[in-house]
Design a protein around this ligand. Structure first.
Ligand code: ARG
Length: 463
């Protein structure tokens, strides 16, 4: 039997393999709510413009509401023969209300319908990601305020560089996630135009009111070019780009958590709620949630890549290739959302082992720069010379196998006789971080101020 929705010119039905490759209902059923909302807005506009009768429109809206509740109760029978969510809903509508159902598709095509449904879905998802990024920033800022003066080693090349505060380290991620949030918001703003009424590709001869449907669906305006409206998917690609950057940031933090909670570092303790054990090694507590957040990044980048490649060769306007956008986007955006939730839980529960961090912060001659700065400030040495002198003192420490603040004054004076014991006042890690008061620096005063600024901004957002 040929397709009852579009099979007028077909003598035969599709091959089983054709149905297999063509049907999208297994995944695009996710769009049922958006599809029904879009159809209701469309038919109300058709009635307003007297393109369909009020009576038919009421029947259609009533039928669509019935379908919505059938789907939500799990009573709806989805059919692969009906390909996608649009035709599944319309066919059921015909069963429920009879021939009036056939009027719903006036001045519309599945091309503008799917573009509208998908935009609505992506828009909701961006709003969720926006909230989730806010939640993560909140827990990071709270932890940062609490640990504004706890020192840890700051690294470059994963070598001890200079001491920083744990709060400062956490706030670095708040900065990153806030930029991610900005990108999510930009994407939402740019995508918020309604394709409905672009019809197949050229617009329609019916006297529709596109502003009315756009407004009913919460869009800022209708799209201005019907070809563009049905043929671009940049809105979802942009969402996936923003998601990819978020995933990259999440993955870096996840990687740090994995390293920090190893026995060798011992900087943090993860809660049982976000760890797992080993089936053979009873002593193990593994940071699986962090590892999985790190791993999800691959599939999120993958979905972005898939859509970029899928789109790059398509002539205007719609091509069926574009049906492949949904599974990828659903998976990529669900993955980033899950990763955000897992990271928020992990950070909330994370307990820093401040003693271990502090001990590590003092190793690796991490206050050498403070020594050099002292030579510049107090002895008036040019920084390059101070760097050299400090290097020689570090050499003595290495040779003697002691930390920098344990090098005897006499040894330092052999390198430069003008050095006094005042120098020891800058060699402790606490002094070191306290001195970093330049704007954006790691001093506890700065960190506390920044953490409070974030917490205030986040509270304002929620209000
Ligand atoms: N399921 C289709 C998709 O997701 C809907 C649009 C079909 N349009 C068409 N001209 N065959 O892209």
């Amino acid at each position: 039997m040929s397709n009852r929705m579009w099979g007028g010119r077909f003598a035969e039905g599709p091959d089983a393999i054709m149905e297999e490759i063509n049907a999208s209902i297994d995944y695009d059923r996710k769009l049922y709510r958006q599809d029904i909302d879009g159809s209701k807005a469309h038919v109300r506009m058709l009635a307003e413009k007297e393109i369909v009768t009020r009576d038919d429109a009421d029947k259609i809206v009533g039928g669509l509401d019935t379908i919505l509740s059938e789907i939500e109760k799990g009573d709806f029978k989805f059919s692969r023969a009906l390909e996608d969510i649009h035709m599944n809903v319309e066919a059921r509508l015909a069963e429920l209300i009879g021939p009036a159902a056939g009027r719903l598709h006036t001045a519309r095509s599945r091309n503008d319908q799917v573009a509208t449904d998908f935009r609505l879905w992506v828009r909701d998802t961006l709003d969720t990601l926006d909230d989730q990024l806010g939640d993560l920033m909140q827990v990071l800022s709270e932890k940062a305020e609490l640990h504004a003066s706890d020192v840890m080693p700051g690294f470059t090349h994963l070598q001890s560089a200079q001491p920083v505060t744990f709060g400062h380290h956490l706030l670095a991620y708040v900065e990153m996630f806030s930029r991610d949030r900005g990108r999510v918001r930009d994407a939402r703003k740019r995508m918020n135009e309604c394709p409905l009424g672009a019809a197949a590709l050229a617009g329609t001869s019916f006297p529709i009111d596109r502003k009315m449907t756009a407004q009913a669906l919460g869009f800022d305006r209708p799209t201005a070019n019907s070809l563009d409206a049905v043929s671009d998917r940049d809105f979802v690609i942009e969402a996936l780009s923003a998601a990819s950057l978020t995933a990259m940031h999440l993955s870096r933090l996840a990687e740090e958590i994995v390293v920090w909670c190893s026995a060798q570092f011992g900087f943090v303790k993860l809660s049982d709620k976000f760890s797992t054990g080993s089936s053979i090694m009873p002593q193990k507590k593994n940071p699986d949630a962090a590892e999985l957040v790190r791993a999800k990044t691959g599939r999120i980048y993958g979905s972005l890549q898939a859509l970029l490649v899928m789109m790059k060769g398509l002539p205007l306007a719609y091509s069926k290739d574009m049906q492949e956008d949904k599974e990828q986007a659903f998976d990529g955006l669900a993955s980033v959302s899950l990763a955000l939730a897992a990271m928020t839980g992990m950070v909330r529960d994370l307990e820093p082992v401040t003693k271990a961090m502090k001990k590590a912060a003092g190793s690796g001659y991490s206050t050498a720069t403070d020594l050099a700065d002292w030579l510049v400030r107090v002895l008036g040495m040019p920084f390059r010379d101070a760097h050299h002198v400090t290097g020689r003192i570090v050499g003595i420490a290495v040779e003697k196998g002691i930390e920098l603040h344990k090098v005897p004054l006499e040894d330092m004076q052999k390198v430069d006789p003008k050095i006094t014991d005042e120098v020891f006042s800058v060699l402790s890690v606490d002094k070191s971080v306290r001195s970093r008061t330049s704007y954006g620096g790691t001093s506890p005063v700065n960190v506390r101020k920044q953490a409070r600024r974030w917490l205030k901004d986040l509270a304002k957002e929620r209000a």
